[in-house]
Every structure is written in C-alpha cells, then in structure tokens.
Design a protein around this ligand. Sequence first.
Ligand SMILES: [Zn+2]
Length: 97
Amino acid sequence: MLRGCTVARAKTADRGYGSAHQKLREQWRPKVEAGLVDCARCQQPIDPDGPWDLGHTDDRTGYTGPECRHCNRAAGGRNGAAVTNGKRVELRHSRRW
Ligand SMILES: [Zn+2]
C-alpha cells in the first residue's frame, strides 16, 4: 500500500518534532542501544541505557544525529536566559602568592 504525500506535514513540522523526527529516531535507536553512536555535540559515546535525543542543527534545517540528553537540552536552552555552564566566575584578585 502506498501512502501519497497527502499527509499534512506543515503543522507538526513547524515545531521541529514531526513524524519524520520520530521515524528518524527509530532508525537510530538500534545503533544507539548497541552503544555504537557518539553524541553529535560532545563526541562522547552515548550511554545505551541513558536518555538521548535526536538533535537538530542550530538553525533547525536538519538533524545532527543522536545526542545525549543533557547536550540536547543545553543546546535547546541556549537561546533562552538559562545558561548553566556559561556562568562567569570572576576571579577576584584571589591570587595570593
Ligand atoms: Zn553529548
């Protein structure tokens, strides 16, 4: 059975998490669960038992591939105000030699 291109894809695709995303994630899943995939952002092997997400490029025009969840969230939150690892710790003249 052939499914034509009649499925409206604009609505969910707008949000970046459409069925294409789900499908692609399913395609990656066996590899991730076999421990074969490195995170697209931190280049560390993704824990097969841990949570992971399928990441987007920053401009959302494509997928980067599986990412560990904390990397994915860090990237997603970068546009917002919550920057957790960007906290600037000022060195306040604490160098006493
Ligand atoms: Zn990562």
